[in-house]
Design a protein around this ligand. Structure first.
Ligand SMILES: C[S@@+](CC[C@H](N)C(=O)[O-])C[C@H]1O[C@@H](n2cnc3c(N)ncnc32)[C@H](O)[C@@H]1O
Length: 204
């Protein structure tokens, strides 16, 4: 499967986000950053963490308070691969976002990288919660290593999506975003220079 890197339209995917669901939100700084800027045209935002509330860092707790004050909702213990456990079919979103997904394990699953398997399951699950013409956005490091880890084009085909497009991700568009790694609090944004946001839309 071929894929396209669209350098001419780096922010089209960040316009008119509408009803937004965020998965795997770590310290909730991305949710906070989105809500601070009206340019994203967000109508509703639900930010979720994989961890339970009690495992949140102090920074995450502060960001959760800010998200709530700005009208967002924070939910905990949400598995991106099992959205039906949290949302009934009446919850539908325009944009479902997962920034820098990482399962924090290298143990192969079904003979494949566990992150590729997680993305496949996430895309399958997200399809049930997308409005008509909605999109899934996933941001990851742009490198041959991460291309091999995620294999986004193959995951899209497996999960019943059109060929995904990728757009350069510029962290400067999100000033309050303080990305954290899965197993520590160090930012991957400091360790890498190039990032891509992949846009997925279900097959019609
Ligand atoms: C590299 S961290 C990125 C955190 C945050 N999105 C950010 O950009 O700062 C990866 C995140 O994926 C979450 N994660 C791993 N497996 C998940 C799953 N099945 N569902 C939801 N989140 C998951 C981890 O808990 C962790 O917060």
């Amino acid at each position: 499967m071929q894929f396209t890197i669209n350098h001419l339209l780096p922010i089209r995917i960040w316009e008119n986000l509408g009803d937004v669901l965020l998965l795997g939100e770590g310290n909730l700084s991305f949710a906070n950053s989105l809500l601070r800027q009206s340019a994203f045209e967000i109508t509703n935002l639900i930010a979720t963490t994989f961890d339970g509330k009690r495992r949140l860092t102090e920074e995450a707790r502060k960001n959760a308070d800010k998200v709530n004050k700005m009208g967002g909702l924070v939910l905990y213990d949400v598995d991106a691969t099992q959205l039906k456990n949290t949302f009934t079919r009446s919850y539908q979103f325009d944009t479902i976002i997962f920034q820098f997904p990482n399962v924090g394990s290298r143990q192969a699953k079904y003979g494949r990288n566990p992150n590729h398997i997680m993305i496949r399951k996430f895309l399958q699950s997200a399809k049930e919660s997308l409005k008509l013409n909605g999109s899934v956005l996933i941001t990851a490091v742009d490198s041959p290593h991460y291309d091999g880890v995620f294999q986004f084009e193959e995951a899209a085909e497996y999960a019943g999506y059109q060929e995904p497009e990728s757009f350069p991700f510029d962290p400067e568009m999100f000033p309050d975003y303080n990305h954290v790694n899965t197993n520590d609090q160090v930012s991957a944004l400091d360790d890498h220079e190039a990032f891509l946001t992949w846009e997925f839309q279900p097959q019609p």
